[in-house]
Design a protein around this ligand. Structure first.
Ligand code: ATP
Ligand code: MG
Length: 369
């Protein structure tokens, strides 16, 4: 393993499941913040490939490909591997080991009340066919986070329920095994002798970007998601963006341009408000839309222009990385070695706190096939 000095900057941990490529929801929900915070924080970005198996157990080749896709998306979006650590979850064994211990600190009924799990089961149409591993993933995610003892976790809104569970586990562990007084304010847990910080979520500019499709079974517009076939990807070319935007869901009651249109709960306008830098155009066009004085097609064409201008530079940078998967793998290997140095240290400290420190160990890695 390469030797590593752990930085004194406060840490960030966040990441993505390799179930596809990154989309605009990731950008405004989390990625934009990550790129901005790279200088101020020591950033760890996890590619959660084990979690991808919760919904794609029969597609290992796709998961592998998606690990590289997500890494290429990160690099193209502006994550700098010289400043930040990008790593692969399954190659950091301390995470799985911590997850087992953390599972004891979460009452099962508490887990089953988690609204994010319920939403995912409904929106991804998992019915009652989800695996035990699917239920285990929020626990795994607690370990993904706490293994790095970060201060901040930049995420989209759907992750808040998981982060609340993470905060509960950090408090419980610190109270039970590090003698932290339960009256201690959350921000002082580490100062009071706790191993794990009671982490803070950091929401992005848009907490939950909707997809290009209509509402789901809940009647609400679905969030943009890799798995729901309603995403505009950071790697989409201009033709693909045009097709997706021209076919996107708007106001279903508007049959022609002269019908008054609804701008709220309308993805067309949510996207303009989120991505169009020309706020005057948006305000004027919305007024016309409500009055039946501008067509969907014109507003969609404008949105195509806006999104192409945002995505095209990312797509072009990404195309350069795509030509060199070996370079991406090298970045992932170096990052994973750095991640292991920190996660092993956390596991060692956690075992000592739990009085289960019998042996010491040192991991060693070689590049693999
Ligand atoms: P999947 O469909 O496999 O669940 P996803 O598109 O939901 O994929 P994740 O890998 O689960 O993406 O999420 C990665 C991060 O991006 C999380 O912090 C999540 O909250 C955030 N995120 C994902 N989709 C959105 C969205 N539409 N709006 C805001 N943030 C989002
Ligand atoms: Mg998700």
């Amino acid at each position: 393993m390469t030797s590593t000095t752990v930085s004194s900057r406060p840490r960030i941990l966040t990441g993505d499941t390799p179930t596809g490529r990154l989309h605009l929801g990731h950008w405004v929900g989390s990625l934009e913040n990550r790129v901005k915070l790279q200088d101020e924080f020591d950033c760890y970005f996890i590619i959660a490939n084990v979690h991808a198996f919760t919904t794609r157990v029969e597609k290992p080749a796709e998961i592998r490909e998606s690990v590289l896709e997500i890494a290429a998306d990160y690099l193209a979006a502006g994550i700098d591997p010289a400043k930040s650590t990008i790593f692969i979850q399954s190659e950091v064994p301390a995470i799985a080991e911590l997850a087992f211990f953390f599972a004891m600190l979460v009452p099962f009924p508490r887990l089953m009340r988690n609204p994010t799990l319920k939403d995912e089961i409904r929106d991804k149409k998992l019915g009652d066919n989800y695996s035990f591993g699917f239920l285990l993933y929020p626990i795994g995610q607690i370990a993904d986070i706490l293994a790095f003892r970060p201060e901040l976790v930049p995420v989209g809104e759907d992750q808040l329920a998981h982060l609340e569970l993470t905060r509960e586990v950090a408090r419980r562990f610190d109270q039970m095994y590090c003698d932290v007084n339960p009256q201690t304010p959350d921000e002082d847990y580490v100062k009071a002798g706790g191993l794990f910080p009671v982490i803070q979520p950091k929401l992005g500019r848009v907490h939950r970007l909707v997809g290009t499709g209509g509402p789901g079974e809940s009647g609400q517009l679905l969030k943009m998601s890799k798995s729901l076939n309603n995403a505009i990807f950071l790697s989409d070319d201009s033709d693909t963006i045009r097709k997706k935007v021209m076919g996107m869901y708007t106001d279903p009651n508007r049959k022609r341009a002269t019908d008054p249109g609804r701008t709220e709960n309308n993805p067309l306008w949510i996207f303009h408000e989120t991505f169009n830098p020309d706020k005057n155009w948006v305000a004027e066009a919305q007024e016309k839309y409500r009055a039946g004085a501008i067509g969907d097609v014109e507003c969609k064409k404008k949105l195509v222009e806006v999104l192409v201008a945002l995505i095209e530079p990312v797509r072009l940078r990404r195309a350069l990385y795509e030509k060199d998967p070996g370079a991406i793998l090298a970045i992932l290997r170096a990052g994973t070695a750095r991640a292991n140095a920190l996660a092993e240290e956390t596991l060692r400290l956690a075992k000592a706190a739990m009085k289960q420190d019998y042996l010491s160990r040192r991991l060693s890695f070689s590049a693999g096939s």
